[in-house]
Write a protein that binds this ligand. Structure first.
Ligand code: ZN
Length: 404
C-alpha cells in the first residue's frame, strides 16, 4: 500500500506548475541548457536529442519503443503510453514518451526523478535551481551538436511510431445521452460510448497508435473542453455517439451508422443530430467554458481548421468504409454538421454515430460485447488507414511540432 502511495505522490509532483521552462544540465565539461516543453495534456517533456547530447547518451525509436541509453544503462519507453522498462521491470510514468516531427520527447520526470533515483551517486536534481548535476562518469565533450533526425523504423502495419489519437466517448456523468429504447435496462448512450471507446483504445494500442481519452469513467467533461485534448501532438480527434429518433410513425425502422465532420449542417437531419449532441451543454455548470465557445462562423474562417476539414472528411470516409463490415445497419454515409465538440479540436476531428438506439437490431449490436469488439476493430483499422494516408501525403507522423 505504501509503495503505491509513494508512486502516486511522485506522479502528482510532475504537473505543469512544478516544471521549469529550461533545465540546466551541468556535467564535468560544462553546462547545457535544455528547454522543457509541454505535451498535449500539459505534462512537461524534454526533446531527447538535446538531452542525450547533454548527457552524452543515445536514444532511438524502434517498433513503438524508445531505447534510451544513459550512463551505459538502457531505459525503454513505450511510445505513447506512460510506461517504461528498466532493470527488467515495467514502471509507470507521469506522462508518456512520444514522437513529434521525428523527434522523440521524454517526460521531464526522467531527469528530475528517474536518473537521480537510480544513479544517486552520479546524478542529482536541484529542483530550486532547475539543474541536473552529473558528477562524473567518463569524460566526454558535453555540448555536441544533436544528431540529425533519422528515419524512424516503421511498425508492422507500415505506420511510423508516435501517432496519437484522442478518443472522446460522448456524454457521461449527469449527462446520460439518449436513454436507449432498445438497450438493456439501465444502459444509456454514455455507457455504450465508453464501452466501445475503451475497446477502441485497446485496438489502437495493439496497432501501435498512442491513445488519449477525454474520459475513462462515468464523468461529464464539458463539450467545449473535450476538443482541447487534441492539440499539436494529436493526429485525430474521434468522438463516439449513439443516435436516437423521436417517437413517430416507423421511427424504430431507421438503423445504421454515419460519420460527421465539422461544417455547417447540410441537411435538416444533420442539423437535428447536431442539436441533439450539442444539448449536453445544459448539463454543464454555469462556469463552464462552453459559455465562451466561439461561434461556428468564426471558427470556419480559421484557415488551419479549413485545412483540417479535408483531412476530417477523409477520416470520416474511411470510418464509413471500414464500419460496413462490422455493422448490420445501413451505411448512412459521411455528413457535415456543426458539432460544438468538434469546433474546439485544433486537429482533424470526426464524430461517429455508431447506430440507433431506437432500432432493435442496432440496439443489440451496440450492447453486445462481440459486436462492440468488431466495431472497435473496424474503427481502429479505419484510423490506421487514415494515418497511413496522412503519412504518405506529408511524409511525417504529424504536420506540426510540439509547442510550449
Ligand atoms: Zn450523443
Amino acid at each position: 500500500m505504501i509503495g503505491t502511495l509513494a508512486v502516486l505522490l511522485a506522479l502528482t509532483g510532475f504537473g505543469r506548475d512544478s516544471a521549469p521552462g529550461v533545465v540546466t544540465v551541468t556535467g564535468v565539461n560544462g553546462e547545457v541548457r535544455v528547454p522543457v516543453w509541454t505535451d498535449p495534456t500539459g505534462a512537461p517533456v524534454i526533446a531527447a536529442p538535446m538531452l542525450m547530447s547533454a548527457l552524452d547518451g543515445s536514444a532511438r525509436v524502434a517498433d513503438g519503443w524508445a531505447e534510451v541509453s544513459v550512463a551505459r544503462q538502457a531505459f525503454r519507453f513505450l511510445v505513447g503510453a506512460p510506461l517504461y522498462f528498466f532493470d527488467n521491470r515495467l514502471q509507470p510514468l507521469a506522462a508518456p514518451a512520444f514522437v513529434a516531427r521525428d523527434t522523440l520527447f521524454l517526460p521531464f520526470q526522467f531527469i528530475a526523478e528517474i536518473l537521480p533515483t537510480y544513479f544517486s551517486e552520479r546524478y542529482r536534481y536541484d529542483r530550486r535551481r532547475a539543474r541536473l548535476i552529473d558528477s562524473g562518469g567518463p569524460r566526454a565533450p558535453v555540448a555536441r551538436a544533436p544528431a540529425p533526425p533519422k528515419e524512424p523504423d516503421r511498425l508492422r502495419n507500415g505506420l511510423r511510431p508516435g501517432h496519437i489519437v484522442t478518443l472522446d466517448p460522448g456524454h457521461g456523468g449527469v449527462d446520460p445521452g439518449n436513454p436507449g429504447v432498445f438497450f438493456p435496462r439501465g444502459t444509456r448512450e454514455k455507457d455504450v460510448t465508453l464501452e466501445i471507446g475503451l475497446l477502441l483504445r485497446d485496438e489502437l494500442k495493439r496497432r501501435g497508435v498512442g491513445v488519449q481519452m477525454t474520459r475513462i469513467s462515468d464523468t461529464l467533461i464539458a463539450l467545449a473542453d473535450r476538443g482541447a485534448y487534441c492539440t499539436e501532438a494529436c493526429d485525430l480527434f474521434v468522438s463516439l455517439h449513439v443516435n436516437a429518433l423521436a417517437r413517430r410513425r416507423g421511427y424504430t425502422d431507421i438503423s445504421g451508422f454515419e460519420t460527421y465532420f465539422l461544417a455547417e449542417a447540410k441537411t435538416e437531419d444533420a442539423a437535428r443530430v447536431a442539436q441533439m449532441e450539442n444539448e449536453a451543454v445544459r448539463f454543464e455548470g454555469g462556469a463552464s467554458r462552453a459559455d465562451q465557445a466561439v461561434g461556428l462562423d468564426f471558427i470556419l474562417k480559421d484557415l488551419q481548421l479549413n485545412e483540417h476539414l479535408r483531412e476530417s472528411a477523409r477520416a470520416a470516409e474511411l470510418v464509413q468504409h471500414n464500419l460496413r463490415n462490422a455493422h448490420t445497419g445501413e451505411n448512412r454515409g459521411v455528413k457535415q454538421a456543426g458539432f460544438m465538440v468538434l469546433t474546439t479540436a485544433r486537429r482533424p476531428a470526426i464524430l461517429v454515430e455508431l447506430g440507433y438506439s431506437t432500432n432493435p437490431q442496432d440496439g443489440q449490436l451496440l450492447t453486445t460485447r462481440s459486436s462492440q469488439k468488431a466495431m472497435a476493430a473496424a474503427l481502429a483499422d479505419a484510423i490506421v488507414d487514415y494515418l497511413l494516408d496522412y503519412e504518405r501525403k506529408t511524409g511525417s507522423p504529424r504536420d506540426s511540432g510540439v509547442s510550449q
